[in-house]
Ligand binder design. Structure first.
Ligand code: CP
Length: 306
């Protein structure tokens, strides 16, 4: 297909054909993504800036690996020692970095829409690495990639996303991407974290995990994001875990070949028991591995080298 997208701000901006193309390009990178063969030439001469205003382990590391393996010059912007701590605006920070000549910015920010703002201020390609409660599009892509790898298709699958949906950018990107590709997405959790209003976005909503679980092909468990909660939305963590946590006993209700996912970081013993996280149905570390190939594909496409 002819690629025209300069940015990746959210999967809401990508068509089903474009999402499928990213997955296909990522497939081509899969075998080389985790090999230390020395840099390729795809992004040679291109400068990529990693601009993370929130903590990250998986996303930041895998973007940097993807950039280096494609041969880019990589600049890691350290927010803690930058002039943003002296009151410089995001727009001014970005315009000053851009003035040094850059090709792409990978950005994580606590405010929904911050990468979109950047895309309107500077010429470089912007890749959203997670913005507030809006989207985490490369996480959505790598989740969909991992599902396709295991089950061979997306259309017709039933995918449950369980937990703190209200605060989750991962849930939004998964919903958008999966429904565009023809899956049925269920949001499951306490009503305080899974408002019925999500049905307007195309999700099915349930507060009964045990009732939904036997029908699902994929179960994607989310972390309770205590850093984004104002009030405790359930009586106790123990109560939450009893109703919505996935342990080996509850997993017996699921299909024998169900795919168990988690975007990380895991609260072991809260949303997922260690015997499930490390068990045979878990693809959690494969998600992390696939993140490198998916991010290589995104960077190559938005910078126009693919
Ligand atoms: N899944 C995810 O975004 O993890 P990090 O916060 O570690 O990047």
């Amino acid at each position: 297909m002819k690629w025209t997208q300069k940015h990746l701000l959210g999967l809401e901006d990508y068509s089903a054909e474009e999402i499928t193309h990213v997955l296909d390009v990522a497939d081509g990178f899969r075998t080389i993504a985790t090999r230390n063969d020395g840099p390729r030439d795809d992004l040679r001469g291109k400068v990529v800036v990693n601009l993370f205003f929130e903590p990250s382990t998986r996303t930041r590391t895998s973007f940097e690996l993807a950039e280096r393996r494609l041969g880019a010059t990589v600049l890691n912007f350290d927010v803690g020692v930058s002039s943003t701590s002296k009151g410089e605006t995001l727009r001014d920070t970005a315009r000053n970095i851009a003035a040094m000549g850059i090709d792409a910015v990978v950005m994580r920010h606590g405010c929904s829409g911050a990468p979109g703002l950047l895309a309107r201020c500077i010429e470089a390609s912007i890749v959203n690495a997670g913005d507030g409660q809006h989207e985490h599009p490369t996480q959505g892509l790598l989740d969909i990639f991992t599902i396709r790898q295991h089950l061979g298709r997306i259309a017709g699958l039933k995918v449950a996303i369980v937990g703190d949906i209200a605060h989750s950018r991962v849930a939004r990107s998964n919903l958008v991407g999966l429904t565009k590709l023809g899956a049925e997405v269920w949001f499951v959790g306490p009503p305080t974290l899974v408002p019925k209003a999500f049905t307007k976005l195309g999700a099915k909503v349930s507060c009964d995990l045990d009732a939904v679980l036997p029908e699902m092909d994929v179960v994607n468990m989310l972390r309770i994001q205590t850093e984004r909660l104002d009030d405790q939305p359930f009586p106790s963590v123990r109560e939450y875990s009893r109703l919505f946590g996935l342990d080996a006993e509850r997993l017996k209700r699921a299909k024998p070949d169900v795919v168990v996912m988690h975007p990380g970081p895991i609260n072991r013993g809260v949303e997922m028991a260690p015997d499930v996280a490390d068990g045979p149905r878990s693809v959690i570390l494969e998600q992390v591995t696939n993140g490198v190939a998916v991010r290589m594909a995104v960077l190559a496409l938005v910078t126009g080298v693919r």
